[in-house]
Design a protein around this ligand. Structure first.
Ligand SMILES: [Zn+2]
Length: 341
């Protein structure tokens, strides 16, 4: 699936399909369709009778296997947690995996080592083998180091596609072995038009979702799900109630929400407070501009920078919070104190 704003770069990439670097780093902002782009590119590169424009035919044996997820010359390297999420989304059973182990958000060294044999043996179909690593930021230090050798001297014709929203977060040793394939977010007007048509909502509604999602069309699309939209509204209302409302009640209100979700919104709220305080328009919550302005007028908001740094630290631990409830209270107390200062 190639989203309309990526069509041009897609066609350019296909035109060069015989000259592409053996390791491509598909990089760009989160939520613009990089994974779908990389999947389509993998399918096109493995296709045994590509269309004249270089895209996959969709009818050959290779395309059939790829679509069913069992092409013998293709491997997807992803965190176990993402695997399970994909299994659920596609209705596959994940009972073959150990259920007792906590799903990992990292690509483990064992997963990289398992590739070595795949790379060594000849391709089943005589063409190139392809390894897709998505997201590449999930490689930890050990697995990134283990990958280096394979990435540098691929046996036979092995291709790599790495997907990253934060390519800067990758080790320089990995980045330097790849050619960058940059993908860009669509201009706001184009994104609003696409979202309004896709979700069947007004342009005004689409623009509001897009703002809340920081300009990411696919993240914005999630608000079309009423559960997501309700959770988002609850989080924003809870945050907007501070510092007047009680922190304990506010933490209660957030108790049914995943920490990663409320923390993400809190970060956008703090970013908007900073913008409004500096005299700019809010980026994420334009519909709450009045409330943001009244909060920003209260005091120095000196605590915002500190709060921002502190939330960044929380974000790195948010996948494994020791106590989600305490984490919420702690973050909300920091927000209240920054606003009350
Ligand atoms: Zn094909």
């Amino acid at each position: 699936m190639i989203y309309p704003w990526l069509t041009q770069v897609w066609q350019q990439t296909l035109q060069q399909r015989n000259r592409l670097h053996h390791a491509l780093l598909v990089a760009g902002p989160a939520g613009i369709g990089k994974s779908a782009f990389a999947q389509s590119l993998a399918m096109a590169l493995l296709c045994e009778s590509p269309a004249p424009d270089g895209s996959a035919c969709g009818r050959c044996a290779a395309c059939g296997w790829f679509t069913q997820g069992n092409h013998p010359d293709f491997r997807l390297l992803a965190p176990a947690a993402a695997d399970e999420a994909a299994d659920e989304a596609e209705g596959r059973s994940s009972t073959a995996r150990s259920r007792s182990a906590k799903p990992s958000r990292e690509i483990k060294i064992d997963q990289v080592r398992a590739l070595e044999r795949f790379v060594e043996v000849g391709g089943h179909r005589g063409g190139s083998k392809l390894i897709l690593i998505d997201p590449a930021e999930a490689l930890n230090t050990a697995s990134a180091n283990a990958l280096l050798k394979t990435l540098e001297e691929p046996a036979g014709s092995t291709r790599f596609l790495l997907v990253a929203s934060r390519p800067d977060a990758l080790p320089a040793t990995i980045r330097s072995r790849c050619a960058m394939l940059p993908l860009a977010a669509p201009p706001i007007d184009a994104a609003v038009g696409w979202l309004a048509a896709d979700a069947g909502v007004s342009a005004e509604q689409a623009a509001q979702w897009l703002a809340a999602a920081g300009g990411s069309p696919l993240r914005a699309k999630r608000f079309a799900d009423p559960t997501e939209a309700t959770a988002h509204r609850l989080i924003v209302e809870t945050l907007a109630g501070l510092p007047e409302t009680d922190v304990i009640q506010a933490a209660d209100a957030l108790s049914g929400v995943e920490p990663a979700q409320w923390l993400g919104v809190l970060q956008t709220w703090v970013a908007d407070l900073g913008r409004v305080h500096a005299g700019a328009e809010p980026r994420f919550h334009p519909d709450r501009a009045a409330r943001l302005r009244s909060l920003a007028q209260r005091g120095g908001l000196d605590g915002l920078t500190r709060l921002n740094a502190s939330l960044g630290k929380l974000a790195r631990a948010v996948d494994h919070p020791l106590n989600p409830r305490l984490m919420a209270e702690d973050a909300l107390i920091q927000l209240r104190d920054a606003l009350a200062a």
